[in-house]
Design a protein around this ligand. Structure first.
Ligand code: ATP
Ligand code: MG
Length: 506
């Protein structure tokens, strides 16, 4: 058997542990080797301690043997003494050379070796002599078993002085070495644990970075898809807008003439009435039939709303064209309340009661607002989309479900941070979380084919957030109605300013 120092086992264990250079938790939990070292240490300390106990017990057996006259008791003591001495001898050998069954590795450390084999202790010699002397007593004839038997004297002296002191010293040394090794193991375990924690933290942070990179990639991808869709939509919209533009221009261009002609006719009518204050029966019947008084009063209003409507169509067409060529329209300074009122005027027909439909009440809560800089045509388009959606929602509610008056509340507010807030709230059915999550997706609609294209909100989002650096938010729950909140800055910054700022941040 190759000779190795006792703590070679410990070193070997550390070597095995050290070889596992990846500091993961399993390394830290590499308990087999650690347990073995602990077991060996415990066995060595126990057996060396037991040697002390055996030296005392054998001395006691020897003394009793000498004092006992009873033959049978003598025999029992002799065999007890011999058994203890065999064990003592085996343990002693095991401590020095190793003993698998006793879990003794042998190969004591240089310090322990010098205790066994060098002065002043020479423990190996002491133990052997002691065992020899004790065996000699065990084998003495009954006659020789007298109190001043020289073997007995030797044993009693040694067991109370030299031998016991030497055994104590070696037990202490074994204990010390064991403690040092345990400490080293604990320190090593702690270091491994620390390393494994650091490695785990590193792995977690790398995982997070990877996750973030993946998210950014997904975002970039969806933006690309979105841009592609929007540019296709832009082409479509530009084509439609171009087609509508001409007929709208006819209407819009001729409305002034129509208003003038109608005014002329009304003036003429007035002159007729003055010249012929008493109309004929036939004429009077016709006047009553067409309700001339109401007609005269309402016609200019009708003409005005047609003009506002045509103007709005004209603007919408322009902003639709700008949707594809967004740099065409110029920023204007406008009164947002005027924009809301005009939108309501155009939508008037859908708000009024007719047939079974009891109509929708508009509640306005306007604050004092400054004029704001914006692409007014586009902001009007947003208003049209949001109010249009609210009307769609309320129109849909049958009177069986809806026992309350249908309302759209429009409120405005000025924030001293330099923005205005516009709220458009309806008391409709509200939306589910699923619908809310997809609101601003292009082409997302819950309306029947032909009724909704699902573009209103995605366009509005683009106009408010991207074109005006504002925000658009939706608060809605099933059964609780819906509120859209838009915030836009009063002053629009130039695009180059924003680009420069973004570049400096990057
Ligand atoms: N006020 C609201 N109340 C309830 N649901 C709404 C409201 N506004 C929008 N929605 C929901 O959001 C969906 C998307 O709205 P969006 O305006 O983008 O498209 P749309 O109205 O369906 O079609 P389009 O506006 O293109 O005619 C609607 O189909 C509807 O389900
Ligand atoms: Mg819509």
């Amino acid at each position: 058997m190759t000779k190795k120092p006792y703590n070679g086992i410990y070193r070997q264990t550390l070597f095995i542990l050290g070889k596992l250079s990846v500091p993961v938790l399993t390394t830290y939990l590499h308990l087999d080797e650690i347990n073995t070292v602990q077991e060996i240490n415990a066995a060595v300390v126990n057996v060396s301690g037991r040697q002390r106990m055996l030296s005392q017990r054998t001395a006691l057996f020897a003394l009793r043997l000498v004092c006992t006259k009873d033959k049978q008791a003598q025999e029992e003591l002799r065999s007890g003494l011999l058994a203890d001495l065999d064990l003592m001898e085996r343990s002693h050998k095991g401590l020095i050379e190793g003993d698998r069954d006793l879990k003794l590795p042998g190969h004591p450390s240089p310090t322990v070796q010098s205790m066994y084999f060098a002065a002043p202790l020479n423990l190996d010699r002491q133990v052997r002599q002691y065992i020899d002397q004790a065996r000699a007593i065990a084998r003495s004839s009954s006659e020789e078993l007298i109190p001043d038997n020289p073997h007995l004297c030797y044993i009693l002296t040694e067991s109370s002085k030299n031998l016991v002191e030497a055994l104590d010293s070696v037990v202490n040394q074994y204990q010390k070495e064991s403690d040092t090794e345990q400490l080293a193991i604990h320190i090593y375990q702690a270091q491994l644990y620390e390393k494994s924690c650091a490695a785990t933290a590193q792995a977690v942070s790398q995982g997070k970075k990877l996750e973030q990179a993946l998210q950014e990639l997904q975002q970039a991808q969806s933006q690309l898809v979105e841009k592609e869709k929007m540019s296709n939509l832009g082409c479509l919209v530009a084509g439609v807008a171009h087609e509508i533009n001409n007929p709208v221009s006819f209407i819009y261009g001729n409305l002034n003439y129509a208003t003038d002609y109608i005014q002329n006719l009304l003036d003429l009518l007035k002159v007729y009435e003055e010249e012929y204050p008493k109309p004929s029966v036939v004429l009077q019947e016709k006047i009553d039939e067409i309700d001339l008084e109401f007609l005269k009063e309402d016609l200019p209003k009708v003409m005005y709303s047609m003009e506002v409507g045509a103007k709005r169509i004209h603007q919408i067409v322009r902003s639709l064209r700008n949707f594809s060529r967004s740099d065409e329209e110029l920023i204007q300074v406008v009164d947002i309340h005027e924009g809301i009122d005009n939108t309501l005027l155009i939508l008037q027909n859908r708000l009024k009661a007719h047939g079974d439909n009891e109509g929708i009440e508009i509640v306005k809560e306007y604050s004092n607002l400054p004029l704001i800089e914006c692409y007014s045509g586009q902001i009007n388009q947003v208003l049209m989309n949001l109010i249009g959606n609210a009307i769609d929602e309320l129109e849909n509610l049958s009177s069986d479900v809806c026992s309350y008056p249908k309302k759209i509340k429009i409120s405005t507010e000025f924030c001293h941070s330099g923005t205005i807030i516009l709220r458009i709230a309806d008391n409709g059915q509200g939306m589910t979380e699923d619908v809310k999550a997809r609101l601003f997706e292009p082409f997302f609609t819950t309306k029947p084919v032909g009724k909704g294209t699902g573009l209103g909100l995605s366009i509005s989002y683009q106009i408010v957030v991207e074109k005006h650096q504002g925000s658009i938010e939706c608060i809605s729950q099933p059964g609780e109605g819906t509120e859209f909140i838009i915030e836009i800055p009063v002053v629009q910054r130039q695009q180059e300013e924003i680009t420069n700022e973004l570049e400096s941040v990057a």
